[in-house]
Each structure stands twice: as C-alpha cells, then as structure tokens.
Write a protein that binds this ligand. Structure first.
Ligand code: GLN
Ligand code: ZN
Length: 769
C-alpha cells in the first residue's frame, strides 16, 4: 500500500474501555462503599486511579486520543440521565441530599423508591438503566462528571475525547415515566433536550476537549422517517451552534442504513462507523452516498464484540478503500471495548496454540494501533505484526479444534427431515396424554430450585480442593432427594431434579462440550457491579459423553411421577458465549444442536418422559435490522428442532422463555414445534398468554403465575385469580400451571409456601372446571 497524505494522518483510538480494573477493583470498591466499608472519598480515588491507569495504558500503547466519560460507577445511560437532570421524582430528594447515594438509589432502589428499570443494551449482554421521561420532564445541564474526566486526562498530558450518549439515542431508549401514559413518545422532548446538550458541549470545549463523540447506536435499528427527521434536526442544531467542540457522531453494532445520508449531510465534523459483522455493509453504503465529504471517519475495523484476533489484511484493505471516502481516516474499535474481557495475556490455562487466536481489550487496543501505523506509514512498517497475525489466523484455520472432520461431516449430512418430528403436534399430543396421564391444569416448575448455602459451600470447596468429587456428588444427590421429596409433598404433577449440579445454565454445558473454552479472568460487565465470564465457543462442538442423564435419572429413580429433564437450547448456548467469527452462526448453532440432540435422545433412553430445552435468549439475539431477522429465525428454530426431534412422539418436549416481549417472535415460537412452552407472564398479568392466543398458538402453554423475580410469596387466592385470567386466553386442556422462571435465585422459605399455594390454587380451579 502506498501512503497518501490522508493516510499519513491516520491515528488510533477506541470508543471506550472496560471499567473494572485488572482485578475488578471497581466492583470491590463500589460494593465496599455500599456496605459502608469504604468512604465516598476512597471510592472516588479508586475510580480516578483506575481511569488514570487505563488512559496511561492506552496512551502507552499508542492511542492518540483517549475516550473520557465512558467510565461509570454503574451505567453510562444512568450517567446521561444525571447529566441532563432527568432524575425521577421519587429519587429527587435522595439525589439532592447526596449525589452519589442518590445515584446508587436510582440504580438499585431503596426501601421506598423502586430503581429505574434495567434492560439490555441493544443486542449485547450489557444492561442499562432505562430513562423515565414525561411531558413534565425539565432537563438541566449537569456536566460535572464529564468535565472532571476531561480535566483528569488533560492533567496527564493526554488528548481527551469525551464520549456521550447522543440525544436521539437517549430519547429512543427512554420510556414513559410511571403515571405517564404509554402513548407518550419521549422523542417529543428533543427540542427541550438539545439546548442542554449544546450547553454541555460548550462546557466540554471550554474545559479543553477538541472533539466530543456523541453515540447514536439507536440509528442502526430500523427508523421511521419522523425519527430520521429528528436526527437531522438534532445535528443541524448542535452542529450549528458556534461555541462548540468538533462533533463526531458514532454508530455501532450494525449498519447505519438510512441514517447514513442524514448524518453525512449534517453539519458535524466526523462519523464513527462499524465495519465488522453485519455492519460491514457500511463500506458499500458509504461509497453509495459518495463518502463523507471531507469529514473525519473513525473506522471501526477491530470488533469490540468478539474475542478473536483481527484479520489485518482484510482490515487494511477496508481502510485503504475508506481513504478515498473521507477527509481523514482514523482506526478504531467497532464499539466500546466494554463488551470484551480485559487481557488475554492473563489466561494462563488456555493452550498457547489457542491463546494466540484471542484478543481481549488490551490486545485489541494494540491491533488498532498497529493498523493505524500500517495505514499511516506503510505496511512494511508493520511487517512483523502482519506476519504474526497471518500465522495466528493460519493456526486457527488449520487447527483440529476448529475443524473436526466428524463434526463437520455430521452437520453437512443434516436433512430437513432430521429437524422434524415424525408426527404432527396433534398426533403427539394424543400420544403424550395417554403416556403421561396428567390431570387438567398440570403443575410443574421451570427447573432450578434454590441453591442452598450447603451446595454453594460444597461447590466452592470442590474448586478450592477441600471437598473431593465424591463428597460433592453426594451433596448433589442429597439436594436432589430434598427437591423431589418436597415436590411430591407439595403435590406437583411433573417434577424436576432442581439443577443443583449447575453453576450456570450455559457454563455447565460449555464445560462438558468439546470446542468450548473457559477463561479464568474473562470478566465482562453485565450490569452495575455484576460481571459474568462467558465461555468461549472456539471450535467444532461435540459431546464426549452424556452431560445430565445421570442426575435426571437419579431423580426419576426416587419417584413414580414424571421427572422433566432440563437442557439449555442451542440459541441460548450461543447468545451467552463468545462465539466464533470464522463461520456463520447458523453453522455453529447446528453443531451445538447435534450435541444436544444426542443428550435429548440419551435422556429419553434413560426413561425421561418429558424433556425441557430452555431458549430464554431466542428473542434477545434477534438481529437489530428487520431484514436480517428471517434468516436468523430460520437457523435458530431449525437448531431447536434438530436438538429435539429425535425423540418418540409420546415424549413431551417443553421449552421455556423469559424476559417478556415476544411480539416479534410469536411465529418463531410456533416454529420450534415444542409440545409445551412456559413463559414469564406474572408481571404482565398474563399479557403474553393473550398475545399467544391472539396469534392462534395451538400448543400447550404455561404462562407463569408466580413472579420469581420478587421475594413476595403470593397467596392461593392471588395465584388462583392469575390462573383464571390465563384461562381466558388458553383452553383448560392446554394450560399448564408453573412459576415464571427458575427458582435458583429464591430461598426455600419463599419457594415452599409459594409452590404449595400454586398447587392448591391449581386444584381449586380444577375443581371448578
Ligand atoms: N431451567 C432454567 C432454570 O430453571 C431456566 C433459567 C432461565 O430461563 N433463565 O433455572
Ligand atoms: Zn426463565
């Protein structure tokens, strides 16, 4: 590649960095503060030190402009609510009394004031706190946090680029405040919000920020013409103010689509675009609009969503094309690195041959810098890095882990018939009725029972080496005996074993499947101080031996009632892992499905008459753009059917989904061809049952009648009234009675009475029918 003047100016940056610190110092400090072990001053100092060390590390690696403001004690959308003064009325007094305590009150709630609602940030597993707005909302600028961080970075001699949630995305993510009708559209507040943003921007410029980044990821979703008009208006206004820093509008997670020409024309100084995954389409789209006309482009060529090394040659070719389409091209991560773990070099247990394929936040930062250098100074200046990158990619492509011929041959031989059960749903329902002989309104649970202190202690002991495998297994058996005995006594019709052997519904299976890797330090923020360590789906997936049969069979040996076996479905196995990027997701899902199919068949052979395959993530990995959804739903439902269709007609297949909002996937739920579905419904007062009925769902369904997300124990009458309500939508012959979700987060003193009330309520309604 030859260097041009545009190329020579290319620099490296990232959109944001993990907040946690190398040893999750932030989590420890915040939780310490909550418990009163740490003063506010000490918490602030820990946070400031973490920011400084992150910036120093970024600068030391060669990042030329450091992101500021992306740090957060809890969540950056909550920080934005604070920045624009959108404090819910119920929290105002607390915020006025003490800003920090008030902030945490909004995040976590207090005795008298509920927290803000939490929901997933686009299609990631990060959760943000949903702004609550209404016609009476008054915005006021409170840019203190943003200004402080700019000054902190300047004090280190660095160039800060504050990163804010953009005004349009902020409003699109908001919901009507309690008491405000659902018809209220927060976007109607745009004209009120823009002057506040303008004032924050002026303040940031005065503090010394040359550039400010406004994140507008909501624009990668399908937007109405009215919403696109709002975007044009917002940036015309913000871009038109005299006293402002240079503005960079950022998008990520998918292509910018119809919003691209709007922003390309807007009087802003730069755009950040994602060029990875589905967002790679931005390249052609950008060419189609004739480029950015002299604006700066932050080219997101290093994925902030996966854990794999970049393909340097591919990125350099993208960057080379982009040089002709913008005034200045800088190299960046595709989004904040918040969504990936901190440092792959900390993983000492991963085979070095595999570890060289991994890039976490630190490695991705170096990749961005290397690519910028290659772009600016010519690829011969990064010859060694290119060679190492090529070798890493070749090692991955040629590895036995990523290419298991028997797994590939089996997946390639799958036919449409393999993913279909041998009889229709109606025929199966008859066979299952004869086989299971359940009463009307059968009662069951979703799988897990409370994880007791004894069980947690045994698991910790096993990890620490103080409890041996035998003793641990005896503990599991004791838990199963207790769960089975309780369910018989409480009068449940279809029992479960309680899942005591599982730490996590994905990790448990990942640990037993070949092709998955576990990390030791691969923590990523899920919400607030909660971090998860997703397994890495690195290679071809196979099942060396049965994973759950032993525990399910043990439970069945203790009772005459049917025991329902529990598995995690293929889509959820992918959604809650880092997945490989070297083959289509559908291909990976098919491999996982085949491994699960063997497990399902083994469970049936071992005597399980009912098998549940959970797919709580089916809705959440729905692509952001509607055009990509049919293909996703096609492979997702096929994978579920492939996993479950190897059984006899009289074996009953259940599935389970939580996190409400199924509107977009009702047809897909039917396409799973499960016999029974259980759903979260208690909070929506059976809203989902009505939706399913309206969609003509023909199968059996168990809309949850016990809200397990609350410590409250509903009484028999309340549960009975929810059952009556469910009966308005689902015929008695097809209605199951169960809680909303698994019980593992609850305690026995809550679960015992709640389930006794549930079975009593079911009997009461049954008697009336
Ligand atoms: N079977 C799982 C459990 O009961 C389901 C969990 C879930 O839906 N998230 O814990
Ligand atoms: Zn659930």
């Amino acid at each position: 590649m030859t260097t041009t003047s545009a190329a020579a100016a290319a620099r490296a940056t990232v959109h944001g960095y993990p907040r946690q610190g190398p040893n999750r110092e932030l989590k420890k400090a915040v939780e310490g503060y909550w418990k009163g072990r740490l003063t506010a001053g000490a918490l602030r100092e820990t946070a400031a030190e973490l920011r400084r060390s992150t910036w120093r590390q970024l600068a030391g690696a060669g990042i030329h402009e450091v992101p500021t403001g992306d740090f957060s004690y809890y969540d950056h959308v909550l920080d934005t609510s604070v920045m624009v003064g959108a404090i819910p009325a119920r929290h105002r007094a607390a915020v006025e009394a003490d800003a920090l305590d008030g902030y945490f009150a909004m995040a976590r709630g207090t005795q008298d004031a509920a927290p803000l609602e939490m929901t997933k940030w686009f299609d990631t597993n990060y959760h943000y706190l949903v702004p609550e707005l209404g016609p009476d909302t008054v915005f006021t600028a409170a840019p203190g946090k943003q200004l402080d961080e700019v000054r902190e970075a300047l004090a280190l001699g660095l160039a800060p680029r504050p990163v804010l949630v953009g005004p349009v995305t902020y409003l699109l993510l908001a919901k009507p405040a309690p008491g405000v009708g659902a018809g209220f559209d927060p976007l109607t507040l745009l004209d009120r919000l823009l002057p506040v943003y303008a004032s924050v921007l002026a303040g940031l410029r005065a503090a010394g920020a040359e550039w400010v980044q406004l994140d507008e990821p909501a624009l990668v979703q399908d937007r109405t013409p009215a919403e696109l008009n709002a975007v044009a208006r917002a940036y015309r206004e913000l871009g038109g103010t005299g006293d402002r820093p240079r503005l960079l509008v950022a998008s990520y997670f998918d292509r910018l689509g119809e919003a691209l020409p709007v922003l390309a024309k807007a009087p802003v100084d730069g755009l950040a675009l994602d060029f990875t995954g589905p967002a790679a389409a931005n390249l052609d789209d950008l060419a189609a609009v004739g480029g950015l006309h002299g604006k700066r482009l932050l080219a997101g060529v290093v994925s902030g969503r996966n854990v794999w090394i970049n393909d340097f040659e591919k990125s350099l070719s993208t960057l080379g094309t982009l040089l002709g389409l913008a005034g200045r091209v800088d190299v960046s991560s595709s989004c904040s690195l918040l969504h990936v773990p901190l440092d792959a070099a900390a993983e000492r247990d991963i085979d070095p041959q595999v570890a060289r394929w991994l890039a976490f936040a630190r490695q991705k930062t170096t990749e961005v810098v290397t690519l910028a250098r290659g772009l600016a100074q010519g690829t011969d200046t990064i010859a060694a890095e290119l060679a190492a990158n090529r070798a890493g990619l070749a090692s991955r492509a040629g590895s036995a882990l990523t290419h298991d011929p028997s797994v590939r041959a089996r997946a390639a031989a799958v036919t449409d018939a393999d993913a279909r059960r041998s009889q229709t749903y109606q025929e199966r329902a008859t066979a299952q009725r004869a086989h299971l002989r359940l009463p009307l309104l059968p009662t069951t649970t979703i799988g897990s029972f409370p994880q007791t202190p004894e069980l947690r202690a045994a698991r910790a002991g096993l990890r620490a080496g103080t409890v041996d495998a035998d003793a641990y297994e005896r503990r599991i058996e004791a838990e199963i005996r207790e769960v089975v005995a309780f369910q018989e006594k409480a009068g449940l019709d279809v029992l479960v074993h309680g899942e005591p052997e599982r730490n996590d519904m994905v990790q448990y299976f990942a640990e037993q499947l070949t092709g998955y890797l576990a990390t030791q330090h691969g923590w990523v923020q899920s919400y607030g101080t909660r971090y998860v360590r997703p397994p890495v789906l690195a290679g071809d997936i196979s099942r060396p031996e049965p994973m759950t049969v032993r525990w399910t069979a043990y439970a069945q040996s203790l009772t005459d009632r049917p025991v329902k076996a529990m598995l995690t479905g293929p889509v959820t196995m992918l959604a809650w892992s880092f997945v490989r990027d070297d083959q289509p997701l559908g291909e990976t899902a098919r491999q996982v499905a085949l491994a699960l199919r063997d497990e399902v068949n083994d469970l049936e052979a071992a005597g399980s008459p009912v098998i549940q395959v959970d797919e709580p993530a089916l809705r959440e990995t729905l692509p952001l753009r509607a055009t990509a959804r049919p293909a996703y739903l096609e492979w997702a439902t096929e994978a579920f059917r492939l996993a479950t269709s190897g059984v006899r007609p009289d074996t009953q297949v259940h599935t389970h989904m939580c996190y409400a909002e199924f509107g977009d996937v009702l047809q897909a739920i039917d396409d799973l061809d499960a016999d029974v579905i259980s759903l979260e419904a208690a909070r929506s007062h059976m809203g989902i049952a009505a939706e399913l009925a309206a969609a003509g769902y023909p199968r059996e369904a168990g809309p949850g009648v016990y809200d397990i997300h609350s410590p409250r124990v509903p009484d028999e009458a309340e549960t009975a009234s929810l059952i009556e309500r469910a009966l308005r939508s689902v015929a008695a012959e097809r209605l199951w009675i169960n809680p909303d979700c698994g019980l593992k987060t609850r305690t026995w003193p809550e679960v015992r009475p709640a389930l006794v009330h549930m079975t009593a309520a079911a009997r009461r309604v049954r008697d009336r029918l």
